[in-house]
Write a protein that binds this ligand. Sequence first.
Ligand SMILES: [Cu+2]
Length: 350
Amino acid sequence: MSPDPIDRRSFLGAAGGALLCTIGGQKVYADQEADVERLASGVTIPPKVEVAENNPGMIKASAVTGNRKEYWIAAEPRRWNIIPANKNGRKRDQMLNQTINKGKTSFDAYAYRPYSPNFGEPLGPATVPGPTLDATVGDTVVVHFRNRCPVPVTMHPHGLFYSNEMDGAYKGYWTDPGGFVQTDQEFTYVWECPEGTQGSWIYHDHGPVDPIPVYKGLFGSIVVRDPNEAPPDREFFIGFHSFVPAATGLRTNFNCVNGRSFTGTTPTFRANIGDVVDFHVYGIDDNFHTFHLHGHRWVDRGGEIVDNRTFGPADSFRIRITEDNPGRWLYHCHVFSHLHDGMSGWYLVE
Ligand SMILES: [Cu+2]
């Protein structure tokens, strides 16, 4: 048998495209569509996962301490439009006042979706990012997770405290059942929020075909509130990420904020003078970004006053301002090639 002929795209991928990851021995390039189901089929089911499936009920959730914050969340496939048209049927970049010309913008995404108890009814659509998990120091977060995607996926939290089997991560032979939730299976994650976990965090898929499902939309925010701190008047959760051709099958890369690209389709945030405003910001792709907010500045780690903060993959942080400056402002990544490719949005203060 001769090997498959190398077409131009795969040649470019093999020759010059950025390596995204290696799954089941297969190299995946960012600029080349990956067949995630075929990749998943090449991954051996870990022994502990197989045993658990044949013995339902063997997995005991850790004891729940403190307040219980309980969620029912499914990972589901859904069609996602990165750049919806405006009411005139056009795809416009409001920041540069120009038409966006990037070809097709819809693809088959994966997204987390919140449900009522026992998966009774959806509480809303599956979204990119997924629902924010909201807890306070002292709480225990219980997430009943169901996988409706065609490949094994998981939920893996940052920042919280959890025992080893609640990691939600694929670890080859040593994978626990929560790190390899197969199609139509469920797993209950128990994560704790003791003193020292307060902050702004993320969760994301960390299953055997990670990071493709993350690049398809499986990520979201976690906030752990400090009971000794006054709550904000408004808060916004902002994920800087990209939809790469490997995950979308689309022609080009999209630089995004919360699943959308370009000012006008990315979220427009609103506040009033005098509001205490929290921005929870994170990055979840292969790039370093900055968070820049026009017309404002804040006190960063170490007490320095800044208006632009650099962060890397899976970094997450919160900035707090007391609003004192009305107008139509931009927030954006200050890497120019990201900014001019859609990583920006409006912040409107009245
Ligand atoms: Cu950036």
